[in-house]
Ligand binder design. Structure first.
Ligand SMILES: *[C@@H]1O[C@H](CO)[C@@H](O)[C@H](O)[C@H]1NC(C)=O
Ligand SMILES: *[C@@H]1O[C@H](CO)[C@@H](O)[C@H](O)[C@H]1NC(C)=O
Length: 280
């Protein structure tokens, strides 16, 4: 067990491997129990926090190394992050009382990953470039074309159609079931620590990178606590933007946040100030 006493500003690196997870899932990996090598023997490591810093930076490790191809690439996984986060769950004072809850959360989280993999299998197969759904659609079109050419073997075709229809429906219901299970687990996770909201942090800045691992464009969104607005700093251009732009779902895009800065709720107005420059 390691306990950290934290300075003024702390930077956490998180690696997010699967799509659509939130900041907590990245932080969980850092704090949760894990097996480590300690002085030549296997040991359990668990990290808790004794004192939280006023400012917290969470950096997402997007540039990663593919051992198979020896390539550096950028992970574009969408990470959900909220305006307000609570870090009570990682505190030393709750280590014992939350043990069981943390364990449950860990299990649900692993299940979400498993179901997400299942869902991926309903997606596009990389070797043939088609989803199972699309394969069935094409098979139907093929049979229809055959039917037009040759109307003699109607019965055979009807049997084929019935089979394809059954497969399609089975696929659809499996997909829906998996999605429902993921949603249900995510909902449970989301409310697992609802009663613990002392250690509250509010978002102050979001750093964006647009592009690939080796090139791209950077800009930043900063929240102005005084005037309750988001400003976007893009090179020399400063503009006011809608909040929805900052929290947009970036799935499928190579433009995404790689660093979020949070400030302890009670210190927001005292500790940070957006650059006093009027937008445009
Ligand atoms: C590491 O292991 C060695 C021998 O096994 C032992 O003498 C030493 O005290 C251990 N160190 C710590 C920090 O546990
Ligand atoms: C940033 O500003 C440049 C011009 O200065 C513009 O071409 C570009 O589209 C802007 N990017 C974003 C994301 O607003």
């Amino acid at each position: 067990m390691t306990s950290l006493t934290l300075p003024f500003l702390v930077l956490f690196y998180i690696v997010v491997v699967s799509e659509g997870r939130d900041l907590y899932s990245g932080l969980d990996v850092y704090f949760d129990e894990s097996q480590v090598d300690f002085n030549g023997t296997r040991a359990e490591r668990e990290v808790t926090v004794i004192e939280l810093p006023p400012i917290l930076q969470i950096q997402v490790q997007r540039v990663q190394f593919d051992r198979v191809t020896s390539n550096v690439y950028k992970s574009n996984a969408y990470i959900k992050f909220d305006k307000v986060i609570h870090l009570d769950r990682y505190m030393e004072q709750y280590r014992e009382t939350l043990r069981e809850r943390r364990k449950n959360a860990r299990e649900w989280s692993q299940l979400i990953d498993q179901y997400t993999q299942v869902l991926d299998e309903f997606g596009i197969d990389k070797t043939i470039g088609l989803s199972p759904d699309e394969i069935l659609k094409r098979a139907t079109r093929f049979i229809l074309a055959q039917c037009e050419n040759d109307a003699t073997d109607d019965l055979e075709y009807q049997k084929d159609f019935a089979e394809i229809k059954k497969d399609s429906e089975r696929l659809k219901s499996q997909k829906e079931e998996t999605k429902e299970k993921i949603a249900e687990l995510q909902d449970r996770l989301k409310h697992q620590y609802d009663d613990l909201r002392e250690c509250e942090y509010r978002i102050h800045a979001v750093f964006i990178h647009s592009g690939q691992a080796s090139f791209g464009h950077y800009w930043i969104y900063i929240y102005d606590f005084e005037l309750d607005r988001w400003l976007k700093y893009n090179d020399t251009e400063v503009s006011e933007v809608e909040e929805a732009e900052v929290f947009a779902d970036t799935s499928g895009s190579s433009t995404n946040p790689y660093c979020m800065v949070y400030v302890r709720a009670q210190d927001c107005k005292r500790l940070v100030n957006t650059v006093c420059r009027r937008p445009n």
